[in-house]
Design a protein around this ligand. Structure first.
Ligand SMILES: NC(=O)C1=CN([C@@H]2O[C@H](COP(=O)(O)OP(=O)(O)OC[C@H]3O[C@@H](n4cnc5c(N)ncnc54)[C@H](O)[C@@H]3O)[C@@H](O)[C@H]2O)C=CC1
Ligand SMILES: O=C(O)[C@@H]1CCC=N1
Length: 274
């Protein structure tokens, strides 16, 4: 089940974010949007760390620190480095992590078994898959806790992530397919909008007008899906007048095997992400 946004129950907790790139930066922005909460940002690239220091200079709760400092001070550790950097980072953190602290690893393909091997006893491990709309509070994070994670610890993490959007708990075996429908999925919609904008420009629209139209259609369609809870097929039918323009467009998309393309893409993503 997904959760609605909770108030910031985790405000008194200290959170560390390791890796403040596209995904970690999106989470950092969301967690600090209300000016509350203490976040320790750990960024391996010196230039990026310096720019974060400047960006967050006025935010009392945000500090850019080194990995060992964050490991000893934080209650919840969000690991958002590239998958190949996770093992090295966890080896660095492990000696300083406090018992009872929580490590949420958001890197593609890093399993709970990998985390159990890398983390000391008494540290709770959760595997997760976020997506970049977290940056504007519209993300989704798929959580798979290790067996020994308590309900309270899981709830702490869900409350912590509330400013980034929704959370959902799924078995680890579904992390791959969940990545295909969530973690990677914003890119599919951006690709569709990109193609629509190009086609609109070819038909004489300015690029900014084309983006305004296609972007708002994407936002409106997304909001309708989430707010009505109706099947996509029903909402699509309601747009499709008999003999009308939408039917003409959809027939072309079907002729280009768009459904097959998405099914194939979801398969490829699931295989890569499992
Ligand atoms: N970008 C996305 O849409 C999503 C990414 N993810 C996961 O998030 C992780 C990061 O991906 P991106 O943000 O796209 O990559 P990125 O390359 O934009 O960011 C990674 C950041 O980690 C920093 N870094 C590398 N080693 C470090 C270390 N030892 N300590 C601290 N910082 C270090 C890098 O300098 C960089 O700023 C990946 O594991 C990816 O699978 C998950 C879901 C969505
Ligand atoms: O493409 C990737 O590997 C990452 C994980 C999901 C989204 N971006």
């Amino acid at each position: 089940m997904t959760t609605p946004h909770h108030p910031r129950a985790g405000a008194e907790m200290t959170t560390a974010i390791y890796g403040v790139g596209a995904m970690g930066g999106a989470i950092l922005e969301a967690l600090t949007a209300d000016g509350e909460g203490e976040v320790l940002a750990v960024e391996g690239a010196a230039e990026r760390a310096e720019s974060l220091r400047r960006q967050y200079a006025d935010r009392a709760g945000v500090e850019v620190v080194d990995a060992t400092t964050a490991a000893s001070r934080a209650d919840v550790h969000l690991v958002v480095v590239k998958p190949y950097s996770v093992a090295g980072l966890l080896a660095q953190l492990a000696p300083s992590l406090r018992p009872g602290s929580i490590v949420l690893c958001l890197a593609l393909g890093v399993s709970l078994a990998d985390l159990a091997e890398a983390l000391p006893d008494g540290v709770a491990a959760i595997r997760g898959m976020p997506n970049t709309p977290a940056r504007v509070g519209q993300g989704m994070t798929v959580l798979s806790p290790a067996d020994d994670v308590t309900d309270e610890q899981l709830q702490q993490v869900r409350d912590l992530l509330a400013p980034t959007g929704e959370t959902i708990v799924l078995p680890e075996s579904q992390q791959g397919v969940a990545t295909a429908l969530s973690g990677s999925a914003p890119a599919y919609f951006y690709l569709v909008v990109e193609a629509m904008v190009d086609a609109g420009v070819a038909r004489g629209l300015t690029r900014s007008d084309a983006l305004a139209l296609a972007g708002q259609a994407a936002r409106g369609a997304g909001a309708m899906l989430v707010e009505t809870g109706e099947e996509a097929a029903l909402l699509r039918a309601a747009v499709t007048s008999p003999g009308g323009s939408t039917a003409a467009a959809l027939a072309r998309l079907e002729a280009h095997a768009v459904r097959h393309a998405f099914a194939d893409a979801v398969d490829a993503c699931t295989d890569r992400a499992s």
